[in-house]
Ligand binder design. Structure first.
Ligand SMILES: Cc1cc2nc3c(=O)[nH]c(=O)nc-3n(C[C@H](O)[C@H](O)[C@H](O)COP(=O)(O)O)c2cc1C
Length: 199
């Protein structure tokens, strides 16, 4: 029988909630990424990885990108990213760029090369973006809850995404979420991830 792991990295609990729902639907083993040992990746045929989005980066995504050419590319791998800007296509595209573009292809290939020497970097770079399936799920944000460095990171994120003042209605909504907080979590949104993991 096919074995599935759902691994999550969650700072405030939203991604964990989604991961619990997904694991329960898939009857998969559930792990906190902070306690997961990468050598255990080999035990599974399907890996579902979820991380909260922070300043465009998917928390802990290196577990996937760094191990892509060390066996993960041969498995079924599904990523889900949880954030409050995921309604915006531009933000989704930016997130894919930040997490899966050239730099990661190079890093991963160089790393794999150190172990086995079997990957041709030039060939890999033609891909430009790591071919990892990534779904976006709506998150939650409570300005009253954020701690330490996250305050500064949120300020950077606001600048990165823009104030929304001159933007379209999606930008305006995001600017409001960032100022006032929001809870966009929707259990129904897991369907796309569950389906992809079972394909
Ligand atoms: C410091 C900070 C930066 C954030 N940056 C982004 C971002 O770049 N894009 C986004 O969609 N959401 C961003 N968010 C919102 C989080 O992704 C959202 O709150 C998510 O639900 C967090 O998931 P978690 O609690 O599982 O870590 C940010 C939140 C914080 C606190």
């Amino acid at each position: 029988m096919s074995k599935t792991a759902v691994i999550y990295y969650s700072k405030y609990g939203t991604t964990r909630r989604y991961a619990e729902w997904i694991a329960s639907e898939l009857e998969a083993e559930l792990f906190d990424a902070r306690k997961f040992k990468k050598k255990d990746l080999s035990r599974f045929d399907t890996i579902v990885y979820g991380g909260g989005i922070y300043a465009g980066g998917i928390k802990g995504i290196e577990l996937i990108t760094k191990n892509w050419y060390k066996g993960l590319s041969e498995k079924r791998v599904i990523v889900f990213a949880v954030g409050i800007t995921v309604e915006s296509e531009a933000c989704r595209e930016q997130c894919l760029e930040v997490n899966f573009e050239k730099r990661f292809v190079t890093d991963a290939a160089e790393d794999a090369g150190r172990d086995s020497g079997q990957f041709a970097l030039g060939e890999l770079l033609k891909e430009k973006r790591m071919p990892i399936r990534c779904f976006f799920l709506p998150g939650a944000f409570d300005p009253g809850q954020i701690r330490g460095m996250d305050k500064a990171i949120m300020a950077v994120t606001r600048k990165m995404i823009g104030s929304g003042a001159q933007g379209d209605s999606v930008d305006g909504a995001i600017a409001k979420y960032m100022q006032q907080g929001c809870d966009l979590v929707d259990r129904a949104a897991i369907a796309q991830v569950v389906e992809a993991a079972m394909e």
